[in-house]
Design a protein around this ligand. Structure first.
Ligand SMILES: C[S@@+](CC[C@H](N)C(=O)[O-])C[C@H]1O[C@@H](n2cnc3c(N)ncnc32)[C@H](O)[C@@H]1O
Length: 451
């Protein structure tokens, strides 16, 4: 029986979907952090549960050719990236294979992802910085990343995945917060002000948005804070606060109050312009998103004669990106602010053949087809990580469009949903796009055709 703190020499026989190495000792599975398939390593057991154990590397005896020296000082502590110990190309191969394995397990047959589209320069790609406030070593408010599976904060001066302007603005905000001794929210007592800092940039316009998630409405020195931010960073177009006074892991509360500026920033994807407001979803990798949408539109092979639904449409990006090639576009999204953005975005791009509705796809889609008698030839779906609701999939199958293009950030729920759709649809092709370099996440885009 394997015990905590024991040392073993093992061969890494595979990598799991989070990038972790997998080894066996007497048939017992051990997950080894940062180990790569093919390596021989000495490991120390950290934790044992009934069916498996977790271990860390003590010594690498035979190194994989994929291994590189991580280029980030806090990589071993921070939960942000998980694959910086591998060369970039091999991280792509690992993600492709991990997604294929997940699909194979659910669909009970071999699934080949035809390509994974990587990033030419996979650095500083995130347009959105989202960090918790916490007490730093000096007892004052700071921001950082949580150590995996802890609430311990790792502070850093640099981050290789975040846009540099968002990071430098965050550092300036932390300086103000420390100088004014603003308090940090404490989960146990429910007291303290600052919960999260969210900064977004439109990389093609340079416009910045700052959102403070706070436990109460009043921010001390608010006017000074606004002047300080906008003097140092005149590109800031929006400052807002979101009030979240609930003891919950959900980051955003219900109420968002704009305290400076236009209420939204703008960005472009290809030739299209988009406005983004604080509560709206916007893809975090603005370089890869164009490739993702292009792939989705290419797979749909639109002729200009189709009525198209863009489900889980956010600010309308996929539908608007495809709008040149569609006869009529309908979008559905649950966040009202995003639908307001989507309608404005249609206007901003001179699109007259689009209609957007607020609602949960599960219900709003039925309404659209049953009450308004609208039919779709092609449906794009791009749900959150939990995938589509069964009810939404049933309605899609009732509508029976010729094609369903499924964009997914979670291969596990994609596989489950394809399993359901396969009653009426044939899986034609899956591609992947690396939207989140050096993390274990991967985006898939799939075309399903009616049988
Ligand atoms: C992965 S995002 C995709 C958004 C958009 N397609 C894009 O590329 O920017 C998923 C979107 O689904 C929305 N959403 C989540 N649950 C929903 C539901 N039940 N019905 C409608 N929209 C939902 C979220 O607010 C979010 O905007």
């Amino acid at each position: 029986m394997i015990q905590k703190n024991e040392i073993y020499e093992v061969e890494i026989i595979d990598n799991g979907f989070m990038g972790e190495g997998i080894a066996k000792v007497d048939g017992f599975t051990i997950f080894v952090k940062d180990a790569i398939r093919g390596e021989r390593v000495k490991i120390k057991i950290l934790k044992v549960v009934s069916s498996h154990a977790f271990a860390k590397i003590e010594e690498i005896i035979e190194k994989s050719p994929s291994r590189v020296e991580p280029d980030c000082d806090i990589y071993s502590m921070c939960g942000g990236c998980t694959l910086r110990h591998m060369n970039y190309f091999d991280t792509l191969m690992l993600k492709k294979e991990a997604a294929e394995n997940t699909l194979k397990k659910e669909l009970k047959r071999d699934i080949i992802i035809d390509e994974i589209i990587g990033m030419e320069d996979p650095l500083y790609y995130r347009n959105k910085l989202e960090m918790p406030f916490a007490k730093g070593k000096d007892g004052k408010a700071t921001i950082g990343f949580f150590k995996p599976r802890t609430h311990e904060i790792v502070e850093t001066d640099n981050c290789l995945i975040h846009n540099e302007k968002t990071f430098s603005l965050a550092k300036d905000i932390v300086k103000f917060v420390k100088d004014k001794n603003l308090s940090v929210y404490n989960e146990e007592t429910g007291e303290g002000l600052l919960r999260h800092l969210i900064i977004r940039i439109g990389i093609h316009t340079g416009e910045l948005m700052v959102l403070f998630v706070v436990n109460e409405e009043k921010i001390p020195h608010e006017k000074e804070l606004i002047d300080y931010i906008t003097d140092l960073h005149p590109e800031v177009k929006v400052i807002a606060k979101n009030i979240n006074d609930k003891n919950t892991n959900v980051i955003l509360g219900k109420r968002t109050i704009s305290i400076f500026g236009t209420g939204y920033i703008e960005d472009t994807i290809g030739k299209f312009k988009f406005r983004i407001s604080p509560r709206s979803f916007y893809q975090v990798n603005p370089v890869q998103v164009e490739k993702l949408y292009q792939k989705a539109v290419d797979l749909a092979e639109l002729t200009g004669e189709e009525t198209v639904f863009d489900l889980y449409c956010g600010i309308g990006t996929i539908g608007i990106f495809a709008s040149d090639k569609v006869k009529k576009l309908y979008g559905i999204e649950t966040v009202d602010a995003a639908i307001i953005d989507a309608r404005e975005n249609a206007k901003l791009n001179g699109i007259e053949n689009a209609e957007f509705f607020t609602g949960d796809v599960e219900y709003a889609l039925k309404d659209l087809v049953e009450k308004q008698k609208v039919k779709a030839d092609v449906i794009f779906v791009d749900p959150p990580r939990r995938g589509c609701d069964k009810e939404a999939l049933d309605t899609i199958m009732k509508i029976a469009p010729e094609k369903v293009v499924y964009v997914s950030c979670n291969p596990a729920t994609l596989a489950r949903d394809i399993g359901i759709l396969e009653e009426k649809y044939h899986l034609e092709k899956i591609s992947a796009v690396d939207m989140f370099p050096y993390t274990s996440h991967v985006e898939c885009v799939t075309i399903l055709e009616r049988k």
